[in-house]
Every structure is written in structure tokens, then in C-alpha cells.
Design a protein around this ligand. Sequence first.
Ligand code: HEC
Ligand code: HEC
Length: 493
Amino acid sequence: MLLDRRTPLYFSLCAFVFMLVATFPALAEGVGDGPTIEHHLGQQEIESGTIPLSQLVNDGRRLFAAKFNRFDGQGRPGTTGGGAPRVSGSAPPFIRTSAPDANSCAGCHNDPVVGGAGDIVANVFVLAQTLDPVTESVSPDFSNERNTLGMQGSGAIEMLAREMTATLITTREAAIQQAKATAMNVTRELLAKGVSFGSITAKPDGNVDTTQVQGINADLIIRPFHQKGVVVSLREFSNNAFNHHHGMQSVERFGQSMTGSHDFDQDGVSDELTVGDITAATIYQAALNIPGQRIPNDGPRARAIVRGERSFARIGCGSCHVAEMTLDNPVFSEPNPYNPPGNLRPADVGHSVTFDLTSEGELPRLERSHDGKAYVRAYTDLKRHNLCDSELTHFCNEKVVQGGVPTGDFITRKLWDVGSTAPYGHRGDLTTITDAIYYHGGEARTSRDAFFASSDEERSEVIEFLKSLQILPAGTPSLVVDENGNRRRAARR
Ligand code: HEC
Ligand code: HEC
């Protein structure tokens, strides 16, 4: 039935349509479904130094906590978590085993706060992401199950590894020069910050015998990240992780696909994460607070912590879990000179992005020495060890080789946050610290046996000491606090 133009109904309808048009003009930008990350960062703007560190950290945290969606480019229908092309149709938008397995980095790294460690439910089936067709199996035949680590303090860890690498490479270059000059083999111990990584023998022809190198790769680059010790920098890890867990590709790693398109994973979104985005995500992680220690002012627990630390050293735990190292230059700089191809490197930038780990970033900060260096109390030697022998095999459960490293080798776990990061062990399948110590066989057998030969009281004290090493709330003014979070005199120095 046609509406008669003279009726009141006709006029009121016209008025209604007019009102609608006046009230809802063209759709406003950003209204409705759209990308979680609306603003991407320019590397040049960051390098120009006009963005304060606090803002860069906030931008990085935003990327770390963002729950990516398909407008951002979440998912990778055309490629695997390793970046290889995929068999078409084999890519579910989410799959717990092969990934994409989470909405955000913070979906796993959130204990006790964003940037931290994770519950066993957040475990990753490492290397399943490279399989295609994807696997739904959690069998150790296909992947290595690992528990989430916390990134608090990781800026200091990356810088320690860089300084140690520089020392080892200098040692190698000097040995090569000497071998050439003397026409004789030259053997040198590989010593960095007091940790021995075996030795090398330089030959007069410039070749180097690396068969005696221990706990690191033959290229002498210390890779402090992954429990396997196979990743150089927070940046390299982030480029891997954004693609692996979320199907979000960075331009610096996945700039163009095989077909020359910028939509590397064929999900309809190009250039998903800019170089600046990865810089911000890296700086955020590097600037997270340094783990500290909580010791009650007095009472039996306070005394147990002090005594437990002494026992920890006495029974040899500190031979791998090195209590303290000195960072000669406490300035974090991005990017890392040892980054492999596919990650931003110093030659790619006009200016490095820098900040001082002792004075800038989230409190508490690294402690500065009187001569401008900094103390890093991470309880690791950044070296890989094998904790298995014929009796104790718990830490040798893995079957899939990662980064060419023998399956039984793991980097000495940092213990500076161990009081905040239960569960324990690389798989997170141990619920108490004592259980984790129990399975220390192989290279750690002597100190492990010394621990279990100690009295009940001594053992409890070691555990109480380890429990005191914690991720303190961001903004805590001091690295050592009492039960109320107030500054406390360091009992162990
Ligand atoms: C599904 C859970 C999960 C998600 C999502 C996740 N991670 Fe992780 N992360 C882990 C696990 C598990 C490890 C330990 C891996 C190992 O040791 O092999 C880890 C380790 C790391 C490390 C190395 C820390 C160290 O000390 O060795 C970095 C850096 C890191 N993740 C960054 C990220 C970033 C950035 C994102 C987001 C793009 C992210 N992760 C998303 C679970 C996750
Ligand atoms: C030979 C080197 C070495 C020695 C000695 C050693 N550790 Fe470890 N420790 C490691 C390595 C490597 C790991 C990682 C094991 C894994 O998860 O695969 C580790 C892990 C741990 C963990 C688990 C932490 C976590 O968050 O999961 C604790 C706790 C620990 N060690 C305490 C000790 C104590 C206490 C001693 C002395 C009795 C000791 N360690 C001696 C190398 C060593």
C-alpha cells in the first residue's frame, strides 16, 4: 500500500527519518568493531628522543596486554608459527597446542603481575607452532612443554649476556692473532664475569677448535632467553612470540611474503606490527622492575633467611646459581648488536634507544656501585647445564631438539624471582622448591646431595631464603624490604 503524502503519518515518518540522519551522521572513526591497537609507533619518532621513556613503556605495555583481534591481523592462515608457508585449510584461528594459543602476551605472563610468570595452565608446547599440519597432541614426541617465565629484571639479564659475549669474542680474537703471529696453536680459557665456558684453541691458519666450549654455542654468543638458552635478545624473542602466539607479524621479521605482498600470513592485514611497536614492546620488558627480597625485620623467619643464604652458598648451589654479577655499563641499549638477521640491528638505526637500569624505569631499580657499575643478583651463570644422571632423569623429559642444543641441557634458572613464580622446573610440574632441588642430578649432583644430607632445619632455611626472593610490587622504593614493604637493610651484604 502506498503512503498518501497528505496524511499526518507521512509527515511524522519524514520527521523521524530527518531526526535519525541529524542524530547519526557519518559513522565516526573508531566506533564499533576495529583493531585493538589503533595507533602504531614510528621507529624514527622513538629514535628522535621526543617520546619520554614512561610513554614508550606505556605503549609497550599496551602491546603486551592487547587482546589482538582480526582487525589487528590476529591469526596466520597462510603461515606457521615458524613463518613457513602453510598447507591451505590447516590453520584454525586458535589451537592450544600449535598456537595461536592466547589472546595476549599477558594471557600467560601475568603472575604476580603483567610481565610476570604463569600458572601451569599457561604452559607452551614449544616447537609445535612450527608443525604443519598443526598437531593437537601434547606428546613430547612433537613439542617441549614449558612453563611461563617472568620478565622482571630481563633488561639487566640481556645486558649481562652482551657484556659476557663481548669478553668471550675478544678472547677468541686475541687467541687467533697470537696463533697467527707465533705460528702455533693457542688455547685460551673462556672466562666471562667469573664463569668458565670451557676453552678454545686457535690455529695458525685462523681456524678455531671449539670442541671444548661448554654451555653455550660454538659462536660464543650467550643466549640468555628461553629455558634452553637459545635466544639472544628480548627483541628476537618478541618477534618470535608475536607471530607464534598471536599470528601478529612484525615488519622487520616478516616484511614481505614469498609473493612480495606485505600481508605475509594472508589474513587480509598488512604490516601488522611496525619496527617502533617491537621497540616499545622490548623496552617495556627491559624496563620492568628488578626482582628483590622480602625479609621480615626480625623473628625466626628473618634469621632463617640469613642462615639459608649462607647454606645455599656453602653447599655449592652458587656454583651455577651465581648470586651476583657486576654489570660494567648499566645503560640498556636497543637494538642488541648480536641480534640474528630478521631482527633490528644497530646498523639499521640512526640512534639506539637507551635508558639507565639503575635510575630509569619501574622501581625497584638495579643497585649502583660507587664506581658507576651495577650489581645484578639474578642467581644464574647464563650457562647451560645437564641435571640428569642414571638415577635422576626428571629434567631430561624432552625429545625435540631446539636450537641444536642437546635435549637434556637447560640454562641455569634465574632464582631472583623464585619466591613469586611457582610452579617450578622447566615444565612447571613441580609444586615445591624442595621438589625442584630433589631432581638436580648430573652436574648438580654434589650440591644436591649436600642439600639432602643437611639437617631438616638447614634445608628449611635454604627454602625460606629462596622464598624471600620475589617480584616486589612495581614502585617499591628498595630492593630489600621488610614484611610491610618498607626499606630494610640488606641482611646479606
Ligand atoms: C601461551 C602462553 C604464552 C604467551 C601467550 C606468551 N608467552 Fe612468553 N613465554 C611463555 C613460556 C612458556 C615461556 C618459557 C619458554 C621456554 O622456556 O621455552 C616464555 C618466555 C618468554 C620470554 C623469555 C624469558 C626468559 O627469561 O627466557 C620472553 C621475552 C617472552 N616470553 C615474551 C613474550 C611476549 C612478548 C609475548 C607476546 C607477544 C609472549 N611472551 C606471549 C609463555 C607465553
Ligand atoms: C650444575 C648447575 C646447578 C647447580 C649446582 C644447582 N642448580 Fe638449580 N638449576 C640449574 C638448572 C639448569 C635449572 C633449570 C632446571 C630445569 O627446569 O630444567 C635449575 C633450577 C633450579 C630451581 C627451579 C627454579 C624454578 O623457578 O623452577 C631451583 C629452586 C634451584 N635450581 C635451586 C637450586 C639449589 C637450592 C641448588 C643447590 C642445592 C642448586 N639449584 C644447584 C642448575 C644448577
